[in-house]
Design a protein around this ligand. Structure first.
Ligand code: ZN
Length: 247
């Protein structure tokens, strides 16, 4: 394996790794997109339940008020029956006043019942609206999920394909240069192997000493940039390699 062939393999490896990195980036966005949906579904569900609880409470108060009213009305009926039996005028007057007071109190209860009924009607509207919003969002979420699941499967397949290509490219490079490549790549944002152009490193754009530049052009040894420590190659030299090694 010549130095140029190793450099070519490293350039291929880097192209594959950059594609894998992009694919991974896309893949990582999928859970967060679904999470945005599920968290708004959760809050919409909570809003709906809140309205349902308010409605249950309003229904319960209405029933309690109605049973109070019924009891009060029965009491008044009994008092009215007793009123007819009373001979004493003072007792009659006193009970009449009691009855009058109870009737007024009942009007107040009837008012409250009407208010509760209105509250229940308003809550029904709110519940219907919130249920509709929730259903619409849930439908949207299901559709989005189908799309994202498909996208995830396709990204997984692409990553697997790239991994296969990576294994092939990797096979021709010695462990020493593979480790070197990996170390530089981690420190230099994925770019470990860069071309030289007009005596400049294309990674850090610094000028390269002429002697080093010439050695890179000849391509007998693997050379690194004295400034950014990336592995350097001369693009035209790699292009001239026989096609069989480029696969
Ligand atoms: Zn450099």
């Amino acid at each position: 394996m010549s130095t140029l062939e190793i450099l070519k393999a490293l350039v291929d490896l880097q192209a594959i790794d950059l594609r894998i990195r992009d694919l991974e980036k896309d893949r990582q966005q999928i859970p967060s997109r679904l999470e945005t949906f599920t968290s708004s579904l959760t809050s919409k569900r909570a809003e709906l339940n809140e309205a349902k609880n308010q409605m249950d409470e309003a229904e319960m108060s209405r029933r309690m008020l109605e049973s109070d009213l019924k009891a009060e009305k029965e009491k008044i009926k009994k008092w009215e029956a007793r009123l007819n039996e009373l001979k004493n005028n003072r007792d009659y007057q006193a009970l009449s006043r009691e009855i009058e007071g109870a009737r007024k109190a009942n009007l107040g209860i009837e008012d409250e019942i009407l208010k509760k009924m209105q509250e229940i009607e308003d809550l029904k509207v709110v519940i219907t609206q919130r249920q509709g919003d929730l259903d619409a969002l849930d439908k949207q979420y299901q559709a989005e999920k189908v799309g994202l699941d498909e996208r995830l499967a396709s990204l997984n397949a692409k990553v697997a394909e790239e991994q296969k290509l990576r294994d092939v490219a990797k096979a021709v490079v010695s462990e020493r240069w593979l480790n070197g490549y990996d170390n530089i790549r981690k420190r230099r944002d994925g770019m470990a192997v860069v071309a030289v152009l007009d005596e400049h490193c294309q990674g850090c754009h610094m000028g390269i000493p002429p002697q080093l530049y010439n050695r890179v052009l000849v391509g007998e040894e693997i050379e690194t940039c004295p400034f950014c420590h990336r592995i350097l190659y001369y693009a035209q030299a790699l292009e001239q390699l026989p096609a069989a090694h480029a696969q």
